[in-house]
Design a protein around this ligand. Sequence first.
Ligand code: ATR
Length: 270
Amino acid sequence: MISSHTNTFCVIGDPVRHSLSPLMHNAAFKETGTDGVYLAFEVKDISAAIYGIRGLGILGVSVTIPHKVSVIPHLDEIDKTARQIGAVNTIVNDRGKLRGYNTDCFGASKALAEKTEVQGKRVLIVGAGGAARAIGFGIAEKGGIITISNRTEEKGRSLAHDLQASFCGLEDLESKDWDIIINATSVGMAPKIEGCPVPESILQPGRVVMDIVYNPQETLLLKKAAQRGCETVDGVSMFVYQGACQFELWTGRDAPVSAMEKTVRRALSL
Ligand code: ATR
């Protein structure tokens, strides 16, 4: 029950109304008996929003598009991984001190770890935006051998350089061997569900294929990968694990991962 003791958490972004974070985190609070409420705020002015967070004593914040980079100068401390990635998706308000973290990185690694080891594996990451960057740092930390591929070559080469990884043009993907293939672009996301970011021929049996897109839960990439004998990791797992990591940072308690996952999957299948 919400009372005058209830702690407030929120997501800030623009757009934000499609976000499943409120459903997921409120389910986690309910499951663990945490006296908290999680809301969504459409934020245009990041500086004013951070001022409000400090003033109101909001305990934990998820940061989404377009504020993951611009929020950084407004915070008091940035965790090492978030600093390397150059983006923050989580704020912890520790008695007035705002600390920035990046849990996207952890979420991707954890989702992948359910299906495969990463150490020494040849990992193809398609995309060079914020998501690809966060995932890339997570994979690099786990000892994966990374290749970046991207529609815009210059952006792809720049991310590859930052990760000390290789670059491969989208047209050359078939000439190389991969153990793990990750889509970190928006290709395949509803409503354009007919998109597939890589040629079908690279989806060979035994390879692990992961998609960051979670709407639909089974993208065309994952459907083709499963048909061709690949192991698949969907975007919901990554989304839930990044949220579970946020919950643990905010509350210091273990996240109720299966309740969070059930809530998100139910909402997506409506
Ligand atoms: P995010 O922060 O979510 O990663 P982003 O920074 O806009 O979002 O990055 C989106 C990524 O998806 C980019 O790598 C983009 O490729 P470009 O660098 O060429 O723009 C990729 N992307 C988006 N739509 C795409 C499409 N239709 N085909 C191929 N790549 C696409």
